[in-house]
Design a protein around this ligand. Structure first.
Ligand SMILES: CC(C)(COP(=O)(O)OP(=O)(O)OC[C@H]1O[C@@H](n2cnc3c(N)ncnc32)[C@H](O)[C@@H]1OP(=O)(O)O)[C@@H](O)C(=O)NCCC(=O)NCCS
Length: 418
């Protein structure tokens, strides 16, 4: 496929300075001494307190030289965003370079003047110039990012299990042991365990070394890590939980649980359901298809409390993204992709079980790059988006084929906050 790349005015990495032709406001790459002010500004826009020195020292490793942007008006920092080097797992298991975007905020007295738009424009161009195939983020609100080509590409659910009714079925997998990890070992053990236990689920992302201490900032000192070992003694899964109390009721909040196989997952849930004094076990940011209900003799003991969007994806290099993923078995379809921001992405792509290629053939379906992001990891049926008016079907039979081509065996899920 043609390797046409979007154009950008990116400055070299680590070199603070202006990006592209800007007048007022001034959007530029921040230098390292400016990172803490950017962090403070971001937290202020999220209506959160600033970090103390200890929290800042655990967080600052996430700020990558050349990737932290600031918007200044009259010399004052009033907007910021940053991106971090990462990778996204796509259907079929390949991991492609991706920019993890976070720290997005514009000071409340400067909003709705186009500052975010300016920063997004620079940031997406910068990520594309780095060869990143995707930009990705978690959105505070669903109405902000579609205009920049992002689509909600994965979803997650919150579940609550009534511990008094949480007996496992006889058929639930059994094997291995679960132990509580001494707190001081968690940061040493978890990064490797995450690698061992994350499966190649679409939507999965890397957790670089700097991610782990930054994650600790958001956990209280009652957070506990449990590890599952298989019959041979090899660690193959873990869960991180933190108890909270409301009145007379205690909840075990499970913030992270990854397991290399079904046995490790079942044993970790079994352990959590057996913790004394907890009334409820709450699974936060869980995959939609995790079969917790089916582990339980009483499936209604597990309630889905909410389903929400998880990872938002902006496809920066449509040919590379379409070429990299695996497809199901169906007749080929021709997609006509529109992209108002990166014109080189726009074009016709023939998708078949063998892969994707650029074509001149008449299109079967027309869609915007943001809608393609919603479909790309397999979260939604193409038919559903067509029914919502987000995909235009020139050949209605192509919808069924496209559904089968884009469908994935597992629900896509990220499950990693950043
Ligand atoms: C979200 C935020 C960064 C937007 O910054 P901003 O500088 O006001 O955005 P812009 O002026 O560039 O807005 C661009 C467009 O998006 C729209 N928009 C931006 N934020 C919006 C919001 N929260 N709700 C609805 N529309 C929004 C604007 O109306 C504008 O639309 P238009 O192009 O049709 O005129 C800012 O409101 C903010 O800091 N919010 C609090 C922190 C937060 O939520 N950060 C995001 C974390 S993921």
């Amino acid at each position: 496929m043609a390797g046409a790349r979007p154009k950008t005015g990116r400055v070299p990495e680590g070199e603070p300075g202006r990006i592209g032709a800007v007048s007022d406001p001034d959007v530029r790459v921040l230098a390292e001494p400016e990172y803490r002010a950017a962090c403070d500004l971001f937290l202020q826009t999220l209506l959160e307190a600033r970090f103390d020195d200890e929290s800042w020292s655990q967080t600052k490793g996430r700020f990558e030289p050349g990737r932290v942007l600031g918007a200044h008006v009259d010399g004052e920092l009033v907007g910021t965003t940053m991106s971090m080097t990462n990778a996204l797992t796509v259907p079929g298991g390949r991991r492609l370079p991706a920019a993890a975007v976070t720290g997005v905020g514009v000071r409340a007295d400067r909003t709705r003047r186009g500052l975010l738009s300016r920063m997004m424009h620079e940031q997406l161009g910068d990520a594309a110039a780095r060869g990143e195939v995707f930009a990705m983020l978690h959105a505070s609100e669903a109405v902000i990012y579609e205009r920049f080509g992002y689509g909600a590409a994965t979803r997650c659910r919150e579940i609550q299990i009534d511990r008094a009714r949480a007996g496992l079925r006889e058929t639930a997998p059994r094997g291995g042991t679960v132990r509580i990890l001494p707190r001081e070992q968690a940061l040493k053990v978890l990064p490797e365990l995450y690698e061992v236990s994350r499966r190649n689920r679409p939507g999965n992302i890397d957790r670089p070394a700097a991610w782990w201490p930054a994650r600790q900032v958001h956990l209280g000192n009652a957070a506990t890590v449990v590890v599952h070992s298989d019959e041979s003694g090899a660690d193959d899964g873990y869960a991180l939980y933190e108890p909270t109390r409301s009145g007379e009721r205690s909840t075990l909040n499970v913030y992270d649980l990854n397991a290399a196989d079904a046995t490790a997952a079942a044993e970790l849930w079994r352990f959590l359901f057996d913790v004394d004094l907890a009334d409820t076990v709450a699974g936060r940011i869980r995959p939609l298809d995790e079969p917790v209900e089916w582990l339980l003799a009483d499936p209604r003991a597990c309630r889905t409390v909410s389903i929400g969007d998880d990872l938002w994806v902006r496809i920066l290099d449509v040919p590379a993204a379409l070429r990299a993923r695996a497809y199901g078995h169906a007749d080929p379809v021709v997609l006509d992709v529109r992209d108002g921001h990166f014109p080189d992405n726009a074009g016709r792509y023939r998708i078949s079980p063998q892969g994707a290629e650029i074509t001149d053939s008449a299109p079967d379906l027309t869609l915007d790059v943001a809608a393609l992001a919603v479909l790309y990891l397999g979260d939604r049926r193409v038919t559903d988006l067509a029914e919502a008016g987000l995909v235009e079907a020139h050949a209605p039979a192509a919808l069924e084929s496209a559904d089968a081509l884009f469908k994935t065996a597992q629900s896509p899920w990220c499950g990693t906050s950043f």
